[in-house]
Design a protein around this ligand. Structure first.
Ligand SMILES: [Mn+2]
Length: 332
């Protein structure tokens, strides 16, 4: 019996299930986790979803998001669930270091482990690897996974909303990472009674005035364009964090604005954190920022969207990034 049929068999009787996703969860992490959570509960299982850290409050419109356990605040409860777990799901991340301390507990557990993900280079820690780097999102894979498990007819509007949120978030509203399947699944999801307009509003039109002003500040005062290497950089300093009272999630998406410039093909948002310098990278076409993040900034991600972090000064990281450009970008 292959491992997927084994899992299907296991899910025939009520089980204790824990679903994990990564630190700083995004729309896909939350959407795919909650969709699976709701579906497994519908099938009579005891389910807990655990994230290392908080999710953006803008995504709290998703059904049962208030039941997600956050390890930063509820470590004891999560450890209890881990000890009891028969089955564990790992959604939207490739390596156990992405779930911080929970990873150490997971390794000790005998639970049946299911890894559903679309990041490059997945670590082999699971019994089932439901993985496809060409998928737009983990939510897309969870939809297909529901088909494998015979769950499709149990999808309801809440579950469809969660999956659509993941699809929209990871594709920038179907602008990138898409394939024919993505659109087919989106079409299927619409049949479950989603209000796509209010969903888009919920995802994109819930910014605070502060965040929009921060974006303006970044574009007017913190942006540097290097035309000969088709590169754009936005630098955010500690003083900006104080001036704008920047909280987690507030800088989300800012790096994408650089790619709106016709000539820019590689973009970096470099931010001064309390102890590290973080770099978020985006690219157009065949430039692999995943490679750059992995080889030079101790990070990873996808071909056109990746990130990493280094110790050191802002100047050090900016200079390092600039010095790499000749290696990866053909000079005009
Ligand atoms: Mn994803």
């Amino acid at each position: 019996m292959d491992s997927l049929s084994e899992l299907k068999d296991l899910l025939n009787a009520p089980k204790n299930v824990v679903i994990f996703s990564h630190r700083n969860p995004d729309g896909d992490a939350i959407g795919s986790s909650l969709a699976l959570h709701l579906m497994l509960e519908k099938n009579g299982h005891q389910v807990a979803t655990a994230f290392p850290s908080e999710f953006p409050s803008t995504l709290s419109f998703l059904k049962d998001s208030d039941r997600i356990l956050i390890h930063d605040f509820e470590a004891e409860e999560i450890n209890k669930r881990i000890r009891r777990a028969d089955i564990m799901f790992f959604l939207d991340f490739s390596g156990l270091d992405r779930i911080d301390k929970m990873g150490e507990q997971v390794v000790l557990s005998q639970a049946f482990k299911v890894h559903i993900d679309h990041h490059l280079d997945p670590e082999p820690f699971s019994d089932v690897m439901y993985w496809d780097a060409d998928a737009s999102s983990t939510s897309e894979l969870v939809f297909s996974f529901f088909g494998e498990m015979g769950f499709h007819r149990m999808i309801d509007s809440d579950i469809a909303n969660c999956l659509m949120t993941g699809l929209i978030s990871d594709t920038g509203s179907f602008k990138y990472n898409v394939n024919p399947k993505t659109f087919n699944i989106a079409g299927d999801l619409l049949k479950y009674g989603i209000d796509i307009n209010s969903l888009q509003d919920n995802i994109y039109n819930r910014l605070s005035e502060k965040v929009l002003r921060l974006l303006g500040h970044c574009l007017v005062n913190r942006m540097e364009i290097i035309p000969e290497y088709k590169a754009g950089i936005i630098k955010l300093y500690k003083e900006d964090y104080a001036d704008f009272n920047i909280q987690r999630g507030d800088t989300e998406g800012i790096v994408n604005y650089l790619l709106m410039i016709n000539e820019v093909e590689i973009a970096a948002l470099i931010t001064e954190q309390p102890t590290i310098i973080k770099i978020s990278l985006r690219s157009k076409g065949n430039i692999s920022v995943q490679e750059i993040a992995r080889d030079h900034f101790k990070g990873g991600g996808h071909k056109n969207a990746a990130g990493g972090a280094l110790y050191g000064s802002m100047d050090y990281v900016v200079t390092k990034f600039k010095n790499l450009l000749p290696k990866y970008i053909k000079k005009i």
